[in-house]
Design a protein. Structure first.
Length: 302
């Protein structure tokens, strides 16, 4: 076991007919992580999450959670996990409170009125505790999905597309809820999402998978810092600067974007060298703006 790990996935493999959905996948989620689980559609994310939640049986490999083998400790492990997989489903003609009361029993833990109301309060829907779920908007149902995942006070949360279908305000609120669960309540969170900007603002570690295989895993900021990024340079005499940089940085693709703007693909350590080269040659450098985003990194890797 890796010290401090909450989830260890080793050589995980799952095949559906002739389709290899997950292929020898390895990754580790540590205690206290917000762990981004990323990949294009069909990459194997949902299949992996379902195997972690014991909804699908792997063909090969091992899953350890809380230092225990999932295959031998299923009930004990699942009682310590809260999950929202894809779009949450509820009893539409029952109240939010009654839904949480029923669903919390599935965890095998005893919950009381205070825990249910606390979960509703944390997700911002306590005022609608007695309203039938059929009257809830999509965003409120997503909040209720988080509430049902946390009502039994789990150590680990697994959230599959929690911001799915939300407007910008709803995504911001969801992000704040997830960060609060991590920072204030100490929850370890695995979050799968296609909204890369949201993951970038929340996750400290991540994995990108593609075609069922791991592409990269590690600290989010370290991976982004080491990545090739777009560099926008506002400079005098851009055409002459363009030719100078092409000559001196032949491995870098450059182009003119406008009358005074150059676009280059560079690594972070090259930025001060490029700036010095331009200044030494008498150019006026008005601005250098590196654009380094998880979205750009994701597209490069997949």
């Amino acid at each position: 076991m890796i010290e401090g790990s909450f989830i260890e996935v080793k050589s995980l493999r799952k095949k559906y007919g002739g389709i290899l959905a997950v292929n020898n996948l390895d990754f580790t989620v540590f205690k206290g992580d917000i762990f981004g689980f990323l990949g294009p559609n069909g990459a194997g994310k949902s299949t992996t999450i379902r195997m972690i939640l014991s909804l699908v049986k792997p063909d090969h490999g091992q899953i350890n959670i809380f230092g225990l083998a999932l295959s031998r400790n299923r009930n004990r492990i699942l009682s310590g996990i809260g999950a929202m997989v894809e779009e949450p489903r509820f009893y539409e003609y029952l109240s939010a409170y009654k839904n949480l009361e029923i669903l919390s029993r599935l965890s095998g833990k005893q919950t009381n009125r205070k825990q249910i109301m606390d979960a509703l309060a944390l997700t911002g829907i306590e005022e609608r505790w007695n309203s039938k779920v059929k009257t809830f908007s999509h965003g409120m149902k997503q909040r209720l999905g988080i509430a049902q995942a946390i009502v039994h006070d789990p150590e680990l949360l697994i959230l599959d597309e929690p911001a799915n279908g939300l407007d910008p305000r709803g995504m911001k609120d969801m992000r704040e809820i997830i960060l609060r669960l991590n920072h204030e309540f100490g929850k370890t969170i695995l979050i799968s999402s296609h909204i890369l900007k949201e993951v970038e603002q929340m996750a400290n570690r991540m994995i990108i998978i593609n075609k069922g295989e791991k592409v990269v895993e590690g600290n989010v900021q370290e991976l982004l810092d080491a990545a090739v990024l777009d560099l926008r340079i506002e400079v005098s005499e851009p055409l002459r600067a363009f030719e100078l940089l092409k000559k001196n940085f032949s491995a870098i693709v450059t182009r003119l974007e406008s009358d005074d703007m150059l676009i280059m693909k560079v690594s972070k350590p090259e930025i001060p060298i490029i700036n010095k080269t331009l200044v030494d040659q008498g150019f006026k450098v008005y601005a250098i703006n590196p654009v380094n985003s998880l979205e750009q990194y994701f597209l490069e890797k997949t």
